[in-house]
Write a protein that binds this ligand. Sequence first.
Ligand code: ARG
Length: 467
Amino acid sequence: MADEKSETQSSNQMWGGRFASGPDAIMEEINASIGFDKKLYAQDIRGSIAHATMLAHKGIISADDKDKIVAGLQQILSEIESGAFEFSRKLEDIHMNVEARLATLIGPAAGRLHTARSRNDQVALDFRLWVKEELQKTEKMLSALIAAFLDRAEEHAETVMPGFTHLQTAQPVTFGHHCMAYVEMFGRDRARVRHAIEHMDESPIGAAALAGTGFPIDRHMTAKALGFREPTRNSIDTVSDRDFALEFLSIAAIAATHLSRLAEEIVIWSTPQFGFIRLSDAFSTGSSIMPQKKNPDAAELVRAKTGRINGSLVALLTVMKGLPLAYSKDMQEDKEQVFDAAENLELAIAAMTGMVRDMTVRTDRMKAAAGSGYSTATDLADWLVREAGLPFRDAHHVTGRAVALAEQKGCELSALSLDELQAINPAITEKVYDVLTVEASVASRTSFGGTAPANVRQQIAWWRERN
Ligand code: ARG
């Protein structure tokens, strides 16, 4: 015995490191989830109250025990909320922490609460409730962001700016139209959120460990009490899958990617070189050494948050990919990824909504840039097709020659004289100048979904009805 102990102690020095007290301490630390799953306390207590109420209703526990359980759980809830509750890592997780405290408070009746359930369906329930509430919050936050964009789009339905492809000036568009592109993206994100809520609107409780239970429980009753549409249909699936968490993370990753692209545009637009927008002081910082600087820190951090949110998705996908049915402890690693992604997504949406609301749009700078870089070359080509009957390929060629001449002279297309244009193609008339301005260019793009101010206003109205 003595020999064995000293052997454990000496080998523990080799592999135990900071875990002075040996394997028990290592096991406790790797096994415990209370450090993060205490976030689920409200859902855990709500789930337990619904379960106990159902058990009493079905005569599985007495009404008297149910009353004691419910009163005890309510007391625990206020203890946790007031900060008086002492969480213990020895008790592993939120479920055992609450149950142990209940036993202290009400005695043996506490032991009846866990009838016809397991921590497997309990954690599936708590986490699902949490993710569902988070999605409801995300939906509201996306609506606020969309509302901010709709206001800016309305204000700038006629503001011309350069539209880009390859970040090279392509064709003039309106800033309102550009804003509405983001409304479409965040609108789809919100639709994904709504769809996910519907998808996961099934109650796990009563699946028990994996096979269901022989007790005459009523899962429809607990589902209803907890605000779910219906109970889940397969007990094995219920305790095995975390696709509701993966769906949340996928939606978060896509939304974060949209936010990141917008953040990147804000970074570019706010440079002195572009100068399309000025960020409010609230969402930028100064430099400690260069007094002229105003840095778009909030936008940069929104862009960066995408990294950890995408990382969380990949982390949980990787945790889940090799797991045999049903529950495995690996699944305990689902929560931190979701909590971290949720917290950072909320922050990113809030910061972005603030930036969009507060930024100053420099319409003069946008307009000047919109007119440079031969952005109306396509309009000239289209005019040649429409008014002079040229095939588009020929019109493209003629326009190319006009652009080359303007480039050589260092001027815009609209600054070429009629003589110069007619020397390139005699069919060109004075009327061509009507399409060479940026305003004429955007006003002409009236195809459905195009950038013409009237179209943009139509899309704004469509979204206002749905926001
Ligand atoms: N803390 C655990 C988790 O988050 C609860 C479920 C434990 N179930 C079990 N069979 N050990 O996954």
